[in-house]
Design a protein around this ligand. Structure first.
Ligand SMILES: Cc1cc2nc3c(=O)[nH]c(=O)nc-3n(C[C@H](O)[C@H](O)[C@H](O)COP(=O)(O)OP(=O)(O)OC[C@H]3O[C@@H](n4cnc5c(N)ncnc54)[C@H](O)[C@@H]3O)c2cc1C
Length: 406
């Protein structure tokens, strides 16, 4: 069925695009949604595999500060749709939520699928037309061009929202190829970079026994930033929530350190390491004086060689073990990406300056944030903002298009 001439187009059926479609439908427009993959929101579904963390329960200023240099840019959008609204949205779609001890908010099922199912059903009832396996391939004078199972197709909507995601996990659809299309239309772009990613380490063979082992009760240190969290040693390096939390600083040049004893200060640790029996091996000192074992012991022995003999120097080493990372894991493995469309390329309404009538939302915008629900919240908030502003723009255009009345 062909949509009526005044339809709005949303390209990219992730959380940002679905929220934009929701807002456009709410404003009374017909909406055609295009998705390159055979089904929508594959990354959103993947996010639910390890517990879908939709937002963070904390004071608004603390929440906003996590977006660092993009915080002021995103402030109006996150004020309109922040943690409280995200929770209400999930509940409205039949998903009760709970807040974990860290303040992270999850749907009770922990999964994405029930929430996505209810949301798609609601959007479908309200008239959303979803076309899958349509890949956005370019933009010409005749409109938006797509590669589809039925050959090339062109759509000429009244207004458009692009929500094509970042540039990681390409197999789920977000491959960042939209950047080449927009660059051809003079949209300035910031190069993509991995965000919330692990790092490569060439471990010695001794570490093989600990691959997959979690490192608990540690603090991750990157320059002046320190974060209590967990990490996992893997065959290829080191990853996990604690690493992601400091990954931006490491990407930007800081070394990765691990404090194996964040609950003890230097003096306490030095005291525990002092007056040990003469001739005691390093391993035995670490085992007996500090009860170090498993992956934490292996990491200390791996990274602190040659182990100092002076108790205070030993304590200092254990409180800031330098991890010999060789670089970030490939961008495609990253939880999210930085870079994309910078603030300067768009209006406050999230409309591309070089392409009037084309709005943008979600991870394709150049902001980044740690894991903890901040990614999802900003994707939903910018999607809603772009959808609402696109509807207003389309309204305004309709007014202009109408013949003047006497
Ligand atoms: C393993 C993992 C776990 C995560 N867990 C969490 C979490 O718990 N909490 C959290 O806040 N965030 C999490 N994230 C991040 C979160 O999933 C993303 O930030 C979010 O999905 C981005 O939303 P988006 O709508 O901007 O883009 P996407 O979800 O990437 O959607 C973009 C859509 O556009 C489509 N598309 C792209 N190019 C084209 C094209 N040329 N033509 C047609 N369609 C196209 C894609 O197929 C895709 O469906 C996780 C990510 C990963 C990988």
């Amino acid at each position: 069925m062909m949509p009526d001439a005044a339809y709005a187009l949303v390209i990219g059926a992730g959380p940002a695009g679905l929220m934009a479609a929701d807002a456009l439908l709410q404003a009374g427009l017909s909406v055609v949604m295009i998705e390159g993959k055979p089904s929508p929101a594959r990354k959103f579904l993947m996010a639910g595999k390890s517990g879908l963390n939709i937002t963070k329960d904390e004071g608004f200023d603390t929440f906003l500060a996590q977006y660092t240099d993009a915080a002021e840019w995103l402030r109006p959008m996150l004020t309109a749709f922040g943690p409280e609204q995200v929770k209400d949205w999930a509940i409205r779609h039949g998903q009760q939520v709970f807040t974990g001890s860290s303040g992270r908010v999850f749907p009770k099922s922990l999964k994405s699928s029930p929430l996505l199912r209810a949301w798609l059903q609601d959007l479908g009832h309200r008239g959303l037309e979803l076309r899958t396996r349509w890949r956005w391939a370019g933009l010409g004078d005749d409109g938006f061009r797509f590669d589809t199972p039925d050959g090339p197709q062109t759509l000429s909507p009244k207004v458009t929202v692009l929500a094509l995601g970042g540039a990681s996990w390409a197999r789920l659809g977000s491959d960042g190829t939209w950047a080449d299309i927009l660059a051809r239309h003079d949209v300035p772009l910031t190069p993509f970079q991995p965000a919330n990613m692990g790092f490569c380490v060439d471990w010695s063979p001794y570490m093989a026994a600990h691959f997959g082992a979690p490192l608990k009760s540690i603090a991750l240190i990157a320059g002046k930033h320190s974060h209590r969290g967990e990490a996992v040693i893997s065959r290829r390096g080191i990853e996990g929530g604690g690493i992601y939390a400091v990954s931006r600083h490491i990407r930007d040049g800081a070394a990765l350190g691990i404090d194996l004893f964040p609950n003890m200060d230097l003096a306490q640790l030095t005291a525990r390491l002092s007056n040990r029996p003469k001739g005691e091996s390093t391993t035995n000192t670490l085992r007996k004086a500090l009860k170090l074992s498993g992956a934490r012991l292996a990491l200390a022995l791996e990274c602190a060689r040659p182990f100092p003999t002076d108790p205070q120097a030993r304590a200092r080493t254990l409180k800031q073990l330098t991890i010999p990372i060789t670089g970030p894991r490939p961008m495609d493995e990253a939880i999210s990406t930085a870079g994309g469309i910078p603030q300067a390329a768009i209006t406050d309404d999230l409309m591309l300056r070089t392409l009037p009538g084309v709005f943008v939302a979600g991870e394709m915008l150049d902001w980044e944030a740690p894991t903890g629900g901040y990614l999802m919240t900003a994707c939903l908030a910018t999607g809603l903002w772009a959808g609402r502003k696109a509807a207003e723009w389309s309204d305004h255009k309709s007014g202009q298009d109408k013949p003047a009345t006497a």
